[in-house]
Structures are given as C-alpha cells and as structure tokens.
Design a protein around this ligand. Structure first.
Ligand SMILES: Nc1ncnc2c1ncn2[C@@H]1O[C@H](COP(=O)(O)OP(=O)(O)OP(=O)(O)O)[C@@H](O)[C@H]1O
Ligand SMILES: [Mg+2]
Length: 314
C-alpha cells in the first residue's frame, strides 16, 4: 500500500542541519495499522507529513500503490491524496470556526466532485457510523466537545473513501475515557471497511505506548529521527529488544508491567542537530553502550521474524 524508502528530512537550523527524519524505511500493507511511537521531537509528525508529501523530503521516496509520490506533479498529487488522508491532534484547529459542520463537510464533498445527493447520503452514513447525532450537523465546531469534534474530523477524512489514514496523535488531546472510545472507533472503521471488501490502512502516530499496544498491528519505534525497532505489536511488547523501546515500555504506567525490568534513561534527549553523524543516536543515554556504539551508526537488521532492530549490542 505505502512504502517509505530511505526517507530523510533535514531542516537547516542556523549553520547546522537538524535531522528530523534520518533514513527511515517502512512499509504499510493493505489493512495494516502501523504505529509510530517515540518521545517528543523524534520526528513522528515530520514522517507523517512526508508520507503525504505535505513537505518535501531531503532524500528518499514515498511509493503509494506503485505511484512514486515524490516526483508526481502537483495536479496528480492531489488526485493521489484523495486516497490518503490525515487527521491531526487538535480538531478545533482543523475546522473553520465560521462554518457550520455540515457546511465544512459539504465543502469537502464538492472538492471531490460529489453531487449534492451523494454527499448528503455519505455524510449521514458516516455520522451514524461515528455515533454522532444528526442534530450536531448544523452546529459550529466550538459548540462541540473535543471528542465529538475529533469524530467529525475523522468522518471528514473518510468522505473521499481513502485507503490510508495518517493519524497524528489523534487522541492525545482527549480525556482518557474519550480516548478509549475513539480507539475503538478506529478499530471498528477498519473492520467495517473490511466487511465491505475494502481496505483501510493506517499510520497511527502516538507517544503513548498503551495506545499503540491497544490499536496497532505493527510498531515502529523512533529515536531522534531514526527507526530503532520495528516489529509486530505482540512481538514488540513480548520480546522487546532495543534498550530505548524497553525504557519506553517500562515508563508506560497503564501497561502494568513490573518496574523491576525498567531501564532507567540517563540524561536528556540529545540535540538532533549536533554531532549525530557518528555512532548510535541513543548511545549517550544507553545503559549498554560500548565503544562501537559511539563510533558506528547501527543499521536496522532482522533479529527474528519481521522483527528488526538497530543496535550493536543485540
Ligand atoms: N519546519 C521545521 N523547521 C525546523 N525544524 C523543524 C521543523 N519541523 C520540525 N522540526 C524539528 O524536527 C524535529 C522533529 O519534529 P516533529 O514535529 O516531527 O517531532 P514529533 O515526534 O512529532 O514530536 P511531538 O511528539 O512533540 O509531536 C524537532 O526537533 C523539531 O523541532
Ligand atoms: Mg508531532
């Protein structure tokens, strides 16, 4: 479905380059929910934006259903984007406050050349699927709760029947109970599409390990722009390999795991701009770091079935 190949995004900051995404390769299969997890600033949102080509990569490529997006002219890119949609963290920032919700949804349908009858049928169906009542449609965004409005944001993203949804921290701004409802909704959406013989893949970005464990089939763990571990969810949580992933899981309170296994992280997250070209990006904080880790960049390699890790110590 979607293939990210050796993607890089370097931002010039002063005289140095900030390596926001540094040589990341990932694939998302049909119907796959791939979680991307890591601390603030590790490049998750940048990766999501690159996948949709909302920003241009420094190097690398994005292939969506066999189409190379990075070289596509603008007009064709907007056609491809119809099948790829994005949902953001703050729904209040993603709706026009001056438009009633129904008007915002109709506007999207018009953009995709839907006739009025089809648009109304589609909106009604999605609203019902999302457990929203029709009397919310004439309201303004600020008259809804965050949870309700995020449902609208996801419904709006699905109006064009996308095959892939890129969700950037879509539940992080919500109450825990509302988070759980929305996570169920994401799982239900995929199941419903599957019943209709369609696919809905997702790239689900979160900094919350418990959210990732609940929803995702596979997980990609990022640290300072690099992919450090990639595995199916059950494997990642059972046979956690990378010291950074171990620390993230140990720090996630809701997973109820023994803190005895916790790997304490020393020090601060390093500056992604400074001196990271040599050695492992995690070495300054890693309890297992040896001399090789400070001299050579570890490459991602398979250590088990579909389980890859970038670490010299493993
Ligand atoms: N347009 C930009 N110009 C310069 N630096 C940027 C730009 N966008 C992002 N960055 C930097 O790139 C790095 C990765 O940012 P990104 O937003 O992708 O992180 P993130 O993992 O999504 O973090 P968070 O969990 O806080 O959302 C950060 O150091 C950020 O400051
Ligand atoms: Mg982000």
């Amino acid at each position: 479905m979607l293939e990210l190949k050796s993607l890089k995004k370097y931002f010039p900051v002063g005289r140095t380059l900030l390596r926001a995404v540094d040589d990341v390769s990932l694939t998302i299969g049909n119907d796959d929910i791939l979680g991307v997890v890591g601390e603030s600033g590790c490049g998750k949102s940048t990766l999501g934006r690159l996948a949709l080509r909302l920003i241009e990569p420094t190097a690398g490529s994005v292939v969506f259903k066999g189409i190379e997006l990075t070289r596509l002219p603008r007009r064709k890119l907007s056609l491809a984007r119809q099948r790829m949609q994005m949902v953001f963290q703050n729904p209040f920032a993603s709706f026009n406050p001056k438009l009633r919700l129904i008007a915002s949804l109709i506007e999207v349908c018009r953009y995709y050349d839907m006739d009025t009858a089809t648009a109304h049928t589609k909106i009604r169906r999605l609203i019902a699927e999302f457990g929203l009542s029709e009397d919310t449609l004439p309201r303004y965004p600020q008259e809804l709760s965050g949870g309700q409005l995020q449902r609208f944001a996801i419904a709006r993203a699905l109006l064009s029947d996308p095959e892939i949804l890129i969700a950037d921290e879509p539940v992080s701004a919500l109450d825990v109970s509302v988070q759980a409802q929305l996570l169920n909704l994401f799982a239900l959406l995929r199941a419903n599409r599957r019943c209709e013989g369609r696919n809905l893949s997702m790239l689900f970005i979160s900094h919350d390990m418990s959210v990732i464990e609940y929803l995702c089939d596979r997980v990609a763990v990022m640290y300072l722009g690099k992919l450090v571990e990639l595995a199916p969810s059950d494997v990642l949580f059972r046979d956690t390999a990378h010291p950074y992933t171990q620390a993230l899981i140990a720090a996630a309170p809701r997973l109820g795991r023994s803190r005895a296994a916790a790997v304490a992280l020393r020090g601060e997250v390093a500056n992604p701009g400074a001196g990271n070209a040599v050695g492992c990006v995690f070495a300054p904080r890693c309890p297992h770091a040896v001399r090789q880790c400070r001299a050579e960049v570890p490459t991602l390699r398979e250590i088990g079935a579909r389980h890859a890790v970038a670490c010299h110590a493993l």
